[in-house]
Design a protein around this ligand. Structure first.
Ligand code: HEC
Ligand code: HEC
Ligand code: HEC
Ligand code: HEC
Ligand code: HEC
Ligand code: HEC
Ligand code: HEC
Ligand code: HEC
Length: 439
């Protein structure tokens, strides 16, 4: 949301800074809070600071560390040099985005932001350390990617060309020269949540439908204000009494931006989104609709309430009526698992990389479900994994002897994601009016 406009410090604007602004005519509405942003780097924050000698006279935080008038500084072209002094869009020091990069692995030159946000060969003096969500906000210490460039070069990732393609057709601020990262971030506003994990006024994100403002910095933009169903923060790594985002004992979501509203600017019932990785359009689903066990209802991990009686692992317990956050299960940038799924969920690690049937012929998605759902009959632990819920539990609503409802003509081991995926439901084989929403 908006902050009161701050007067620009005269000493901060170098002649180059002013020249830079000229082609854009008006100072962007968000230029005031720039000084509070991670890139503006005022006070104790690091701020943009390219190490190239040609930039030695420019203070940390100066626009010139990203924007080069005439594609050069004092007649020389600092790193990265295109050799021909050609001007990049928005007078940036390099091309904003290479639309020809339709899949990963990405090169550093494919995206302007990768020149600094990488663990190797960063142009930012002293480098930048950006870990993934599981590491920064859940404290999972092992094997995080150490830069954003590295995060996008994992097994699954938010495909940048698909985001670019979708955003230019759907958001007015986004032009064909825009950078897909700006679908989710405003480089003139983004702040250092990673250093202030429990203070979302330091949020790093802007909704694509409200690009001129930060998202999460106001109290009404946090997970506790999100829905009629209650949010409960997952356990912090290796703890059974402290919670995300910073091992606090406050579990109500008031310390976390409302990621659901953020992600559903794009992922909702209306938008058709093509995924190059999956080779199809994404499933459409609603995270906010209610409706119980009907085809048109919303997801039960969203605002729609669970209808069964199965117990869940703490902190969720036996009660129904919870809403989860997208980032309880997903990473925003990329992951060694399929579908950007986190490496650690609800306090413990997922023991093997998650793969779906489509990728390997087999599936181990149940390792994710086991972080929050009880898989065995607690009174008879010898019961086979996951069979009990579907065959014998009080929650097994379908006639157990109508095997075809679930096993169909396939084998007995059935990939969970055949039935448990966003937007899915299962219909009783003998009576199509008996429907169960299964995600
Ligand atoms: C000239 C180097 C440079 C470039 C180019 C750059 N950044 Fe940054 N960025 C920084 C620095 C420095 C920080 C603060 C680093 C820190 O917090 O350790 C930062 C911080 C951020 C943050 C806040 C989280 C954090 O790490 O503190 C976000 C979000 C961000 N950048 C996004 C972007 C996006 C998106 C782009 C491309 C549009 C971009 N950056 C390009 C240098 C850069
Ligand atoms: C689909 C939305 C989305 C896209 C696209 C996206 N980000 Fe992010 N990014 C997020 C969210 C949500 C967070 C906050 C959670 C976190 O820090 O992991 C974040 C956090 C960050 C941070 C702070 C990480 C930290 O240390 O906590 C940086 C830096 C960043 N993004 C840079 C980028 C860059 C660079 C790109 C493009 C290459 C990009 N992002 C693309 C959603 C996105
Ligand atoms: C971290 C790098 C970075 C810094 C620092 C930075 N910008 Fe930008 N700026 C960008 C990027 C990237 C774009 C292109 C946005 C897009 O892809 O849609 C941009 C676009 C702009 C635009 C075009 C309108 C818009 O907002 O998209 C203006 C005006 C602008 N910058 C002014 C400034 C000024 C003035 C400063 C210093 C006060 C500054 N920028 C600092 C990265 C930066
Ligand atoms: C309980 C964990 C969980 C939560 C919470 C969750 N997801 Fe997912 N998500 C999954 C799993 C598992 C898959 C893989 C199965 C599938 O494709 O739906 C997935 C897949 C996806 C896909 C790919 C769908 C496709 O076409 O295959 C998208 C997009 C997605 N999630 C977005 C979101 C968004 C946005 C939110 C929040 C509104 C969210 N997810 C919340 C677990 C979760
Ligand atoms: C981060 C924790 C978490 C993860 C991971 C998770 N769930 Fe859930 N699940 C919940 C919670 C909490 C509810 C109850 C939601 C409510 O109260 O509305 C729920 C509800 C459900 C329901 C609805 C049950 C009913 O009684 O109507 C199904 C089905 C389900 N989950 C299946 C799965 C499957 C399959 C997976 C793995 C792909 C999975 N869940 C992963 C936490 C999780
Ligand atoms: C600016 C629009 C936009 C926003 C905001 C956005 N996404 Fe996406 N998302 C996309 C597009 C486009 C795709 C298809 C490309 C792809 O599969 O990577 C996608 C794909 C996905 C996939 C499937 C990726 C795969 O390869 O299996 C998941 C999971 C996902 N998004 C989760 C999220 C989550 C979680 C958030 C919020 C943190 C979010 N998205 C926010 C545009 C967006
Ligand atoms: C409500 C859905 C449902 C119904 C009805 C159902 N099952 Fe299952 N069954 C499952 C699920 C889910 C699993 C666990 C699959 C897995 O782990 O891959 C399972 C597991 C099994 C397994 C063990 C498979 C293995 O490799 O571990 C057998 C055997 C089996 N079912 C037989 C049957 C028979 C025979 C019937 C009818 C008398 C039946 N099931 C009815 C859902 C169902
Ligand atoms: C063929 C469809 C189908 C498949 C495949 C399937 N399930 Fe289910 N699952 C259901 C149905 C239907 C329910 C609703 C309750 C019932 O009838 O057992 C359910 C219920 C659940 C629940 C109950 C959640 C709650 O809180 O009530 C969990 C957890 C679950 N399944 C996990 C899994 C896991 C893990 C796998 C993979 C090993 C799996 N399921 C495979 C159809 C399926």
């Amino acid at each position: 949301m908006k902050k009161p406009q701050r007067i620009y410090r005269a000493s901060f604007l170098s002649p180059l800074g002013i020249l830079l602004l000229a082609p854009f005519l008006s100072l962007p509405a968000q230029a005031g809070p720039y000084m509070d942003s991670a890139h503006g780097g005022f006070d104790s924050d690091p701020g943009v600071n390219r190490s190239d000698l040609a930039l030695a006279n420019y203070a940390q935080g100066n626009c010139a560390h990203c924007h080069e008038q005439h594609a050069s500084i004092d007649g020389a072209e600092p790193e990265p040099s295109s050799g021909d002094y050609s001007a990049a869009p928005f007078a940036l020091f390099a091309d904003n985005f290479n639309t020809g990069a339709t899949t990963n692995l990405y090169d550093q030159g494919d995206n302007f932001c990768f020149f600094c946000h990488t663990n190797v060969a960063s142009l930012q003096s002293n480098g930048i350390d950006n870990k993934d969500y599981a590491a920064t906000f859940a404290g999972y210490p092992t094997s995080s990617p150490l830069g954003i460039f590295e995060a996008f070069n994992q097994y699954s990732y938010h495909n940048l060309a698909d985001i670019w393609d979708f955003s230019k057709d759907n958001f007015t601020f986004f032009t064909s020269s825009s950078n897909p990262c700006t679908g989710c971030h405003n480089p003139h506003l983004a702040r250092r949540n990673k250093e202030n994990q429990k203070d979302p006024s330091f949020t790093a994100i802007s909704r694509p439908s409200d690009h001129g403002n930060l998202w999460g910095n106001d109290a009404a933009e946090r997970m506790d204000a999100a829905s009629s169903n209650k949010y409960l923060a997952p356990y912090y790594y290796n703890s059974a009494n402290s919670y995300e985002p910073d091992a606090t004992n406050l579990d109500d979501g008031s310390l976390t931006p409302d990621y659901n509203a953020f992600c559903t600017d794009c992922h909702n019932l209306t938008n058709t989104i093509y995924s190059t990785t999956l080779g199809r359009n994404l499933y459409k689903f609603s995270w906010s609709d209610l409706g119980g066990d009907t085809i048109a209802a919303g997801d039960k991990h969203g605002a729609n309430s669970a209808t069964g009686t199965s117990e869940r692992i703490n902190p969720y317990g036996a009660d129904n009526g919870w809403i989860l956050s997208c980032l309880d299960c997903h990473e925003p940038h990329g992951s060694p698992n399929a579908f950007l799924l986190r490496r650690e969920v609800n306090g413990s690690e997922i023991s093997a990389n998650l793969r779906t049937k489509a990728a390997t012929g087999t599936s181990n998605m149940k390792l994710l479900c086991a972080k929050c759902h009880i898989q065995n009959n607690v009174d008879d632990p010898d019961d086979e994994d996951w069979e009990w819920i579907h065959h014998n539990s009080p929650d097994a609503i379908y006639d157990q002897f109508k095997c075809g409802t679930c096993h169909g003509m396939g084998g007995f081991a059935i990939p969970c994601e055949d039935c448990h995926a966003h937007g899915k439901s299962v219909t009783f084989i003998d009576d199509p009016s008996i429907i169960r929403r299964t995600f």
